[in-house]
Design a protein around this ligand. Sequence first.
Ligand code: C5P
Length: 311
Amino acid sequence: MTVTVRVPAKVNVQLGVGGLRADGFHDLANVFFAVALGDEVTATAGEPGTGVTLSCTGPDADAVPLDDSNLAARAARLLAAHHGLAATDVHLHIAKAIPVAGGMAGGSADGAAALVACDALWGLGTPVEVLLELAAELGSDVPFALVGGVALGRGRGEILEPLPVAGSYHWVFAVADGGLSTPAVFRECDRLREEAGTGSGDTEVATPDADPALLAALADGDAVALAAALTNDLQPAALSLRPALAATLRAGTEAGAIGALVSGSGPTCAFLAKDADAAEAVAAALRASGSCRAAHATYGPVPGAAVTAGE
Ligand code: C5P
């Protein structure tokens, strides 16, 4: 038996970062936006005694860890443990299109997809509220990959509120050479705040809130207003660790993008275009600029992890 699940990547159209909490996380006002650039995870029943096994294909497959740290494998084990299943013999194949360690929640997406795929393969019918709890245990960005669309993430990003959104938006993602470590980017954000003298703790940094102008732009389907409201509090930290990203952002803007920002903790750069043709032109200009390894035109919002095929 086989089940295939398609799962979207995310870009944060707003990433408001509060102070460092005692538990090592930061409180966020995180507006997640799911895009059609996505991975596919296929779960196949394994031979008895094989446990959870993994394989991966795609341009970045070599960079994907296929050991126990992989979020898809952890998701399969967590779901099995939650239901008290004795046997967890499953092979998970990841067809990877989301940049690895790119700030687009690719690993989280694979974790969410594995939850949905194994739930279907094992005929568990786990309620969505339970899947969301298991997802939050796996990582801050995993619940959103289940939900998709556009949603406000509070807490460390796992407390989700779906947001109203009109229309479709055209995006371009410029993939950098090599990834950035999310904890390292948060640490650099704290360091820059200390250096600036504002402090980095959660008693010193105001708790961030969703920007009303950004929420109105999304509800109105107004791409120009959304472009003007794009913000990412991690962007200075990503640029500090990877100064070359400034040239990538400039190349996309010069090619006609109406908005540009680093995606999440980076190093992928995200560009909003006024329509599909403009997005293709921005992607072509980015490829020609030599300021990124690859550029993909895509769109959103799209739904969260969902079964596409099974037999
Ligand atoms: O939740 P997840 O495992 O994806 O987080 C990875 C790391 O990113 C955390 O260990 C933490 O260093 C950082 N992080 C954070 N604040 C958040 C989310 C993640 O500091 N809200």
